[in-house]
Write a protein that binds this ligand. Structure first.
Ligand SMILES: Cc1cc2nc3c(=O)[nH]c(=O)nc-3n(C[C@H](O)[C@H](O)[C@H](O)COP(=O)(O)OP(=O)(O)OC[C@H]3O[C@@H](n4cnc5c(N)ncnc54)[C@H](O)[C@@H]3O)c2cc1C
Length: 380
């Protein structure tokens, strides 16, 4: 067994680290306050190739895999988790979804524009009454001449107000059994009848925007239905396996930030005549943070590697997200504690990590939903 990364993996990780330190590190605090990423920051991500990382080369991307994507996302999330989720949704829930399930025509029309950053992708599954129980969506798609007409409200859409292309899930057959009779539709933001609604004010990942998306009789041509119009929920779940790897990588990035900042603070801050790192209570916290970070990373990389081999690895993706997000929250808690009163202020970044960490246990399947997925696979 070989745990070393290939040269290509290291190259992506290093270029993401360079981008994160050059672009995100100086801007992140300001973006957090402004509750928005800058256009320049996103353009720089596109220029570095991070918006087409997993898109096939023939469709304008670089054709890398899930492991490359996880390495890239850990680096980005080390400095700005809002940019992290924006790129994770774009790559895993939109670009990879179209690459895996779209027709040749859809791939040819949409992927080059997504991969170069001309269009940002967003994923519209959740509705006000349908969160964890995503199969209970009510957004309706009615068959009309040459396509479908969509009507409904989507909530909690990452990049809902700046996306150029939405993947929208809607009920095509209300009489079908749960999980069936749902279609996946490609809806450009320029389509008549679609607009962003209320913007959420959030605790963390504030540089990413989260809005409602309102669909009022939006016509979608047959050519923009992804796969079978009654089997879109399977596509949603497959995309979420990849999405969960993205969020697990987000947790790795935030966790690492907590560890790195805590290490330097603990070596510098003195109490009782010596650096607080010399107190066993602090040193053990650091040891635990480092150990759980490595354990999480191994789970994330294993799941990403399995998905790159073409394996169905729903359980492993859920395990990676469950473990990494919980460990990240524990690390954030400890990081604030190690910083004492200073950690409770905006002078140090750990208060931001603490706020950002919370979301990793909520979206793309809350912690208990991951347990549900894993236990169902174990008990089947
Ligand atoms: C910042 C942010 C960005 C988001 N971005 C997107 C996006 O881009 N696209 C999108 O479609 N959605 C998005 N979401 C929605 C997100 O995926 C949902 O919030 C999440 O799935 C949880 O749904 P909910 O908020 O309705 O919570 P609920 O489903 O109401 O859950 C509340 C609590 O009950 C628990 N619970 C629910 N069912 C069970 C069960 N069967 N067993 C045990 N416990 C259970 C949950 O674990 C949770 O703790 C985003 C959410 C946030 C906050």
């Amino acid at each position: 067994m070989d745990f070393s990364l290939e040269e290509e993996h290291e190259m992506i990780r290093d270029s993401a680290r360079e981008y994160a330190e050059r672009v995100l590190k100086p801007a992140s605090t300001e973006w957090d306050r402004a509750e928005a990423l800058s256009d320049e920051g996103l353009a720089a991500a596109a220029e570095a190739g991070f918006m087409g990382l997993t898109t096939p080369e023939e469709n304008g991307g670089t054709g890398f895999g899930n492991l490359h994507s996880c390495l890239m996302l850990e680096e980005i999330n080390r400095w700005d988790a809002g940019m992290g989720v924006t790129l994770s949704v774009h790559n895993s829930l939109v670009c990879s979804l179209v690459a895996r399930h779209g027709s040749e025509d859809q791939k040819g029309r949409w992927l080059p524009r997504l991969a170069c950053g001309e269009l940002l992708g967003a994923y519209c599954l959740t509705e006000p009454q349908a969160g964890s129980d995503a199969a209970s969506i009510r957004c309706r798609a009615e068959k009309s001449d040459g396509g479908w007409t969509l009507k409904g409200t989507k909530s909690w859409v990452t990049s809902g107000d700046r996306a150029g292309l939405y993947v929208v899930y809607a009920v095509t057959d209300p009489d079908a059994k749960p999980g069936y009779g749902i279609g996946a539709f490609l809806v450009p933001a320029s389509a008549e009848g679609v607009r962003a609604g209320k913007k959420e004010e959030k605790l963390g990942i504030r540089s990413s925007t989260t809005t409602e998306v309102l669909l009022e009789n939006v016509f979608v041509p047959e050519t923009d239905v992804i796969g079978d119009p009654c089997e879109g929920f399977k596509i949603a779940l497959d995309a979420l396996d990849g999405g969960r790897l993205g969020i697990a990588s987000q947790a790795l990035g935030i966790h690492r930030a907590c560890l790195e900042d805590s290490l330097s603070y603990a070596k510098e801050r003195e109490q009782f005549g010596k650096p607080i790192a010399e107190f066993q209570a602090i040193a053990w916290k650091l040891a635990d943070m480092a150990t759980s970070l490595d354990a999480s990373r191994l789970l994330v990389h294993r799941a990403a590697w399995l998905r790159d081999q073409g394996e169905i690895c729903t359980k492993e993706c859920s395990m990676a997200k469950l473990a990494a997000s919980r460990a990240c929250n524990e690390a954030a808690q400890d990081a604030v504690q190690i910083h004492g009163g200073a950690g409770y202020t905006t002078e140090f970044r750990v208060e931001k990590y603490f706020r950002d960490a919370r979301i990793t246990e909520i979206y793309e399947g809350a912690t208990d939903i991951q347990r549900l997925v894993i236990s169902r696979k174990l008990l089947r």
